[in-house]
Design a binder for this molecule. Structure first.
Ligand SMILES: [Zn+2]
Ligand SMILES: [Zn+2]
Length: 407
């Protein structure tokens, strides 16, 4: 089998960390931690495991954060190397272990990538797993697998950037025939957005600000459109090429390169001048969803949310130097972190994947347009460059298309 492997080597990691921004080959070239390798395919890890042939496999911001060394060291306790990356995948079932009951060879599935206690065969399961949230599992460094929170970040199981992958049967969701492969490969990131919105659903009178122009921001817009709450949605992003899709995904107002004051004036706020530093505003949005996770986006979120409003952090923030937290306490802002899917308390306890598939079957949102780039696996360096230079490439979601490779 062939897969794109990330193998942590301290000297290479350090070179990428120090100079990768200027020499991107340190992220993905011959002297980087990343390479395309041919490996022997291993026996299934257990009787409840399934071997997969990925059909389409997505590139996620968390993959990029690993490659560009921006992932926080706090997560390194739950990660081991080398890993075959890739956790957004639609695949065909190639082989099933003897105890597999829920899926059969030839079926088309999407993978819920997180490894919870069930996958690690830990009994009794931890509290989040017992509630259906393996993404929040407390045992990601325990049990029979190497440390790793999810498929594509665990050395024992190759992820989806590979012509062969595996997962536990409990991670498989059958793809309905009505859905295209393109819709199916987007189920995982779309479910991330839907979960973030369902954690704190807006009321019809609410004003919501969505910050970001990447896949997760569009997933949040899709969720707001699907849930049809009646809330008014302002979408703040940086690159003009994102404007068209923003409208198609239901954002009523596009705020391109607007600063906090301009964003807050849109909802009737007022600006004041402090003794020094940038101006400050009062008023603001009921909910701000930060899909970027940078110092700038978090700063904007804190400055534009109303007193006692809610900031939802979906972007994979790590260290955020220079963020002024004053308004969090001074305006009693609720800060809510959002990671991933599970049975949704605000959606009849239906699993986020099921809810996402239900919407994909019935809604007219053009989610396939979010796939801006598709390429064979051996072009993985181009995929990474497209994501490092999203404005130049007009990239939102890049997927590896294994039919191109096999052609
Ligand atoms: Zn992801
Ligand atoms: Zn668990």
């Amino acid at each position: 089998m062939k897969g794109v492997v990330y193998d942590f080597k301290p000297d290479r990691w350090l070179a990428a960390h120090v100079a990768g921004r200027h020499i991107p080959a340190l992220y993905d070239g011959p002297l980087s931690c990343l390479s395309l390798r041919t490996m022997p395919s291993k026996p299934l890890p257990g009787p409840k495991w399934v071997r997969l042939r990925p059909l389409l496999s997505g590139v996620c911001g968390s993959d990029l954060a690993t490659i560009t060394t921006h992932a926080s060291p706090v997560l390194s306790a739950f990660t081991a190397f080398p890993i075959v990356l890739g956790h957004e995948m639609v695949a065909e079932v190639l082989e099933v272990g003897p105890a597999v009951q829920r899926v059969a060879v030839g079926q088309r599935i999407v993978v819920q990538p997180f490894f919870g206690c069930e996958v690690r065969e830990i009994v009794p399961p931890c509290l989040p797993c017992s509630q259906g949230y393996p993404a929040l599992c407390q045992n990601a460094a325990e049990g029979r697998l190497a440390p790793g929170m999810l498929l594509g970040f665990c050395p024992d199981e190759p992820g989806g950037w590979s012509d062969e992958s595996v997962c536990h049967e409990s991670q498989c969701y059958l793809v309905p025939d009505e859905l295209s492969l393109e819709q199916a490969v987007l189920i995982e990131p779309l479910a991330v957005g839907l979960h973030a919105v369902l954690l704190h659903p807006p009321h019809s009178s609410d004003k919501v600000l969505v910050i970001g122009g990447g896949m997760i921001a569009f997933a949040v817009l899709a969720a707001l459109a699907w849930l049809n709450t009646g809330a008014s949605v302002v979408h703040s992003f940086w690159e003009p090429f994102q404007a068209d899709l923003s409208r198609q995904f239901g954002a009523q107002f596009q705020a391109i390169r607007e600063n906090s004051d301009e964003l807050i004036e849109r909802v009737g706020g007022r600006s004041y001048r402090p003794r020094f530093g940038p101006s400050v505003s009062v008023g603001g949005y009921d909910i701000v969803v930060d899909c970027v996770g940078s110092s700038a986006s978090m700063g904007t979120a804190i400055r534009t949310v109303r007193p006692q409003g809610t900031v939802v952090l979906v972007g994979a923030a790590a260290h955020l130097p220079g963020v002024d937290w004053t308004f969090v306490w001074n305006r009693e802002i609720q800060l809510l972190g959002a990671l991933a899917y599970g049975p949704e308390a605000n959606y009849g306890h239906l699993h986020t994947f099921e809810a996402t598939m239900r919407y994909l079957k019935s809604s007219l949102l053009p989610v396939e347009k979010l796939i801006t780039h598709r390429m064979p696996l051996h072009d993985y360096r181009t995929a990474i460059r497209a994501n490092l230079n999203r404005n130049q490439y007009h990239a939102i979601k890049t997927v590896f298309d294994f039919s191109i490779q096999h052609a």
